[in-house]
Ligand binder design. Structure first.
Ligand SMILES: Cc1ncc(COP(=O)(O)O)c(C=O)c1O
Length: 350
């Protein structure tokens, strides 16, 4: 893959206040673009970040044939770029692509494109505690054709945003028992726009009730915990770490997978199994629930302070430095910022 580079004439970096970065609000100077037509990927380019022109009739706009990813890069104390588990995001991108009838974007293209883009926009990677560069790869379908069939023309983009903290404090979440994010046989495991569009309305209702996020339950019975809006979920009950199994209704989170690997390193008793809403509520009531937290790239680890269920709020024990969520956060941060050995080979250093 040969990437042509068109440099931006004047950087926008001076417009960003790096002491208070709003997540997703600013884009770095350049973006990557590739085109798929006549059955293959071509025309690989890095160019100044800008608006794109598409037909109002294109498949993405009407039928939602589009997928995306989210991963992060960090800087270590020697000012080197560290990218966390880029290969896992590349694989998940192609799992999403298959489900949405989109072409595979080869893993070596995915990782090379990110690496070249980050080297060019290195100064956009913040270096303070809790900051990173959020990387957003996406693919859109471009056939200017009204009719429901998979497109034949696509574009793949990557752009990046400097990122600060996603949540500044432990979150309030509501167990959703009316609306459904994903159902068996659906597209829940794919990082496609439909899942996020469908979640907007119930999320807005929950925000009006002062919750930060929803806890999605299974679409059939609403009795089992699945995941949160942009995070997988973990509970610690009687010293056992619990998380729901993967399947076609839950996104295979990179952070979830990393926590399970770290839990194994630490010999923490872990169960990946169905977790019922009753089990969670009962364990709060009888004080056996020690912690609950969300895990995702944007938020990293988000401790949960309150769970809302059937018009009642349940407060969870306060988190401290001995909490498992604090330990996982310290370990993950240490690996991502290069202060702890990367025993799992999760980091690509540029
Ligand atoms: C629905 C959903 N679940 C879970 C996650 C967490 O996944 P990851 O840890 O790969 O960011 C995300 C974020 O990508 C998400 O959108």
């Amino acid at each position: 893959m040969k990437i042509d580079v068109i440099h931006k004439k004047k950087s926008d970096i001076d417009k960003v206040d790096f002491s208070d970065i709003k997540f997703g609000a600013f884009h770095s100077d350049h973006m990557f673009e590739a085109q798929f037509f006549e059955g293959s990927w071509k025309n690989f380019k890095i160019l100044p970040f800008d608006n794109i022109t598409i037909s109002p009739a294109c498949t993405t706009l009407h039928y939602g044939q589009t997928i995306f990813e989210g991963l992060k890069a960090y800087k270590n104390k020697d000012d080197e770029i560290l990218i966390f588990r880029m290969d896992k995001n590349a694989k998940r991108f192609n799992i999403s692509a298959e489900r949405m009838c989109m072409p595979n974007f080869p893993e070596q293209y995915f990782t090379k494109a990110i690496s070249e883009l980050l080297i060019l926009d290195k100064k956009w990677i913040p270096n303070k505690k809790n900051t990173s560069l959020y990387i957003r790869p996406l693919m859109i379908a471009l056939d200017p054709f009204i009719g429901i069939k998979p497109a034949e023309n696509f574009k793949f983009y990557i752009f990046t945003c400097p990122a600060g903290n996603y949540y500044s404090e432990p979150v309030r979440v509501k167990i959703e028992t009316e609306f459904t994010r994903a159902i068996k046989g659906g597209v829940g495991y794919s990082k496609t726009a439909a899942n996020y569009a469908a979640s907007l309305y119930p999320s807005v209702l929950a925000q009006e009730q002062n919750y930060d996020q929803l806890i999605w339950t299974d679409g059939k019975t609403h009795n089992y915990i699945e995941e949160s809006g942009t995070m997988n979920l973990f509970f610690v009950i009687e010293n056992t770490l619990l998380t729901a199994p993967l399947g076609d209704t839950v996104l295979d989170g990179v952070t979830r997978d990393s926590i399970l690997a770290l839990a194994e390193d630490l010999n923490i008793k872990t169960e990946v199994r169905n977790i019922s809403v009753d089990e969670v509520i009962n364990s709060i009531n009888n004080n056996t629930l020690q912690e609950a937290f969300g895990a995702g790239t944007a938020a990293t680890i988000a401790p949960i302070k309150t769970i809302g269920y059937e018009n009642k709020d349940y407060d969870l024990p306060k988190i401290d430095s001995s909490s498992l969520s604090s330990k996982f956060l310290d370990l993950l941060d240490g690996i991502k910022y290069g202060s702890i050995n990367d025993n799992h080979n999760w980091i690509t250093k540029l």
